[in-house]
Design a protein around this ligand. Structure first.
Ligand code: CA
Length: 328
């Protein structure tokens, strides 16, 4: 069975330099062995990554820049960092076009520059869409200033992958504090907060009427649908009488304008739920390398009890169709 994965990350040299200058200025430098090993995997776009893919049964990765907690000091710096990251990824894809494709990273501090970088990046070798990480300066993407990015994605006919990121500080303080630092962080991030925030982000995009304005826009979200499939009937019940600005019901937009991936979710119940709610044409396999292992993802896919036809769609056919992958 062929496997294509879509939420696989790297850390660009441009961002790494910025991070190490921040760490040096703050007097921090020591990292755990596990953190160093993770950073080594994130930084590699060649031999180590391909070895991990071969060992874990992954044929093709669509690679994106990892969500970074560093804030560029200006819009100009954000453009410079994004361009350097996209150019670095393009070089790796050119070296391995049969194994890699990419989602571009955008300078979100300046939405017009982000739309321009989207267009530039899509013309680099192997770029098939973009990834956006969470809010920008506390603003969700339904803020009208971000519309040029969505319009450009539609004009270029490429999807946007909406990925979690650290919540704004006011949210962290109000919702994700009161325990020790490790627990606070897990609560705000992969233990709950990231996923609920992407779920809210999805609802805000739908409720803003974005998909009436841009009906062909396609958004990909990870983590088995970021809680939305589980909630969809109740969401419909609560919004059907109040979201009168919309031409369709919330579930209709979710089923027409969204794809979900399996990133980091490797148990049967949430996949079976997503299959019942969305059908096999809108679910795509992903691992979330290197934060999850390829072996874990592949073992889940190999053993899950779904029809062989659905498994082929989820493992590679949908991704090849949605991203127009020729080499995969
Ligand atoms: Ca991820």
């Amino acid at each position: 069975m062929r496997t294509i994965t879509l939420e696989e990350h790297f850390l660009a040299d441009s961002f790494k330099e910025k991070m190490s200058s921040i760490a040096t200025n703050a007097g921090k430098g020591s990292k755990t062995v596990a953190a160093n090993a993770l950073q080594a995997k994130l930084s590699d776009l060649g031999e180590m990554r391909l070895k991990d893919m071969d060992a874990g049964g992954i044929d093709f990765q669509v690679i994106s820049h990892t969500a970074s907690s560093i804030l560029p000091s200006s819009a100009e710096e954000s453009v410079r960092l994004a361009r350097a990251a996209n150019d670095q990824l393009a070089r790796a894809i050119s070296a391995h076009p049969d194994r890699f494709a990419g989602f571009a990273t955008l300078p979100m501090l300046d939405p017009k520059a982000a739309a321009a970088e989207l267009e530039r990046a899509i013309h680099l070798p192997g770029f098939k869409g973009v990834m956006i990480n969470g809010t920008t300066n506390g603003r969700f993407l339904d803020d009208p200033s971000f519309l040029p990015i969505f319009e450009r994605a539609v004009a270029l006919d490429v999807p946007i992958y909406l990925h979690p990121a650290e919540p704004p500080e006011v949210v962290r303080k109000a919702y994700y504090s009161g325990f020790d630092a490790g627990v606070n962080y897990a609560l705000s991030a992969a233990g709950w907060g990231w996923h609920s925030e992407v779920g809210i982000h999805v609802l805000r995009l739908i409720l803003s009427g974005l998909f009436d304005r841009l009906p062909t826009l396609q958004i990909i979200i990870g983590h088995m649908g970021e809680m939305i499939p589980f909630m969809l009937a109740r969401i419909n019940d609560r919004f059907i009488d109040v979201a009168k600005n919309l031409q369709q019901s919330v579930p209709e937009y979710f089923l027409q304008n969204f794809y979900i991936t399996t990133s980091g979710f490797f148990t049967n119940p949430p996949l079976l739920l997503a299959l019942q709610i969305m059908g096999a044409d809108r679910i795509m396999f992903s691992v979330d390398y290197p934060y999850s292992t390829n072996e874990q993802g592949r073992a889940f896919l190999d053993h899950v009890s779904i029809s062989p036809q659905d498994k082929e769609k989820i493992s590679h056919l949908n991704a090849a169709r949605v991203l127009k992958l020729k080499d995969a």
